[in-house]
Design a protein around this ligand. Structure first.
Ligand code: FES
Length: 126
């Protein structure tokens, strides 16, 4: 993995969504867990946060050791903010802002998610 891989991922604000990519049926995502989807050259971790009745999406790439692992991370909450802990070395990231909550790693990119008629859509700007 190189820096170019990291630059593949940029946060998309909901007002900048141009494409709602149909990812998969909601039933494909474990409750209170994540799964990885692919869009173009991106691997995106999508989380079904059942406890909050909310969905989140972020880059699957952990910026710590450039591993494609975040979809397998544990999700939880810290100060009312949803977060994911990388399964490898437990660095944690906000699923709302992407910020690294326990250190100074580069923030991860986050993406809007919507659910319609039993399908999960992730928003991209290109
Ligand atoms: S690779 Fe994610 S915390 Fe180390």
């Amino acid at each position: 993995m190189t820096i170019e891989n990291l630059n593949t991922y940029e946060t998309v604000a909901s007002e900048n969504v141009k494409i709602w990519f149909k990812a998969a049926a909601t039933s494909k995502f474990p409750k209170n867990g994540g799964a990885c989807i692919k869009y173009k050259d991106k691997q995106i971790a999508v989380f079904n946060f059942t406890r909050e009745d909310t969905w989140y999406a972020c880059q699957n790439l952990c910026p710590h050791k450039m591993e494609m692992v975040l979809s397998r991370g544990m999700i939880g909450e810290e100060n009312m903010e949803a977060k994911v802990a990388c399964p490898l070395h437990k660095n944690t990231f906000s699923l709302q802002t992407g910020e690294n909550l326990n250190g100074s790693l580069k923030a991860i990119a986050t993406y809007p998610v919507k659910v319609e008629n039993g399908f999960v859509y992730v928003g991209f700007s290109d």
